[in-house]
Design a protein around this ligand. Structure first.
Ligand SMILES: [Zn+2]
Length: 359
């Protein structure tokens, strides 16, 4: 399909219920069904929960044939399915149409660019050019995975989630990556069975110290047949996720490892490999760079730091930069891997050899 899919809000309200939307978010089983009403703890990201959230504070029901919700707790607000999805995702009116078009294409009438086309024809060439050069944040196609992969400039500041995904911890892909039951359980890993991360390893990202819920989930396609064109990119982050503010595995790394240096890798699987090779104080930076916030988190631990990014020019450059940032505050050691080598390519013996140097 080319062009932008337009869905009518009237049709969305008629054919999509709030319970259908819960299904997409993968949180249906957090609600109890009582007749035609569903009740549970409010899942809206803006809700400020006390220590024991009330399981009756949030109701979903049918009123005048329309699916509606209301939060009797902190939010004190309600609305229809469109309002619900907007509050859950932070998407605006225009982008929420793409969300419904993407997830409910089987039951909605997708019309190409209604309204949009009329506007486009009136647009002067200069204006059109300006719009085209606005950058990658402007969605160009209706079939892009908007809510999870595209940075939306309209989205407000990112808010942490208030739910946990239901995942399959025995999915074969996790074993193929060499993860043990213990590692899978300790880091809460598994493959999502439905929702936006369906078919992805859902990797919870926690604040340090951890809150009641993860801050969000990083998705890694559970297979090596990832394909951007086919709508299954290798990695999926929630839109606008502030990943540079987190270090994967930091809470686990600090637990019971007093005095051990913190090993920092680029990727999550590299860090988990180091953990399984006997270095439980291993974390991942989610990429070949260390942000100021991530450096602060490391310095705050008071531990020595060992940087082991992927082999090759980008990794080396990033480690040099990170070492310069960290060096005035803590002891830093850099492990240089061979070109194109990643930490999880090393055998356990090799990992122990490069990391076991006394720091
Ligand atoms: Zn609420």
């Amino acid at each position: 399909m080319s062009g932008r899919a337009y869905v009518s809000f009237a049709e969305v309200k008629e054919r999509v219920s709030i319970v259908d939307a819960l299904e997409v978010f993968g949180i249906t089983d957090q609600f109890r069904k009582e007749g035609k009403t569903h009740a549970g703890v409010c899942p809206l990201p803006e809700h400020r929960h006390g220590p024991s959230p009330n399981p009756n504070q949030f109701k979903i029901t049918i009123r005048d044939g329309e699916s509606v919700f209301y939060c009797f707790g902190d939010c004190q607000r309600g609305g229809d399915v469109i309002e619900f999805v907007k509050l859950m995702t932070g998407l605006d009116n225009r982008h929420v149409r793409f969300w419904f078009a993407e997830h409910f294409s089987d039951r909605l009438t997708l019309q190409r660019g209604r309204g949009e086309r009329a506007k486009t024809s009136k647009t002067t060439p200069q204006k059109k050019k300006a719009r085209e050069t606005r950058g990658p944040s402007a969605p160009q196609r209706a079939d892009v995975q908007l809510p999870t992969t595209t940075v939306s400039t309209e989205a407000a500041e990112y808010k942490p989630i208030r739910f946990r995904l239901q995942v399959d911890p025995v999915a074969p892909y996790l074993r193929e990556r060499g993860l043990t039951d213990e590692t899978i359980a300790r880091y809460g890993l598994g493959v999502a069975q439905r929702g936006m991360l369906k078919g992805y390893v859902a990797i919870p990202v926690w604040e340090s110290p951890p809150g009641e819920f993860p801050y969000g989930y990083l998705g890694r396609w559970a297979g090596e047949d990832y394909d951007d064109e086919a709508g299954r990119p290798r990695y999926k982050w929630p839109a606008d996720f502030p990943k540079r503010r987190f270090l994967f595995g930091l809470n686990e790394a600090l637990d019971g490892t007093e005095g051990q240096p913190i090993v920092v890798t680029e990727g999550v699987f590299g860090a988990l490999h180091c953990v399984q090779c006997g270095f439980p104080a291993s974390v991942a930076a989610f990429g070949a760079s260390l942000s100021r916030e991530q450096a602060k988190l490391l310095i705050a631990t008071g531990r020595p730091v060992v940087l082991m990014f992927d082999g090759g020019q980008p990794g080396r450059r990033a480690m040099k930069k990170a070492a310069l940032t960290l060096a005035p505050h803590t002891f830093v050691r850099v492990v240089r891997l061979n070109e194109r080598q990643q930490p999880d390519d090393l055998s356990p013996e090799e990992v122990r050899k490069v990391l076991s140097v006394t720091v």
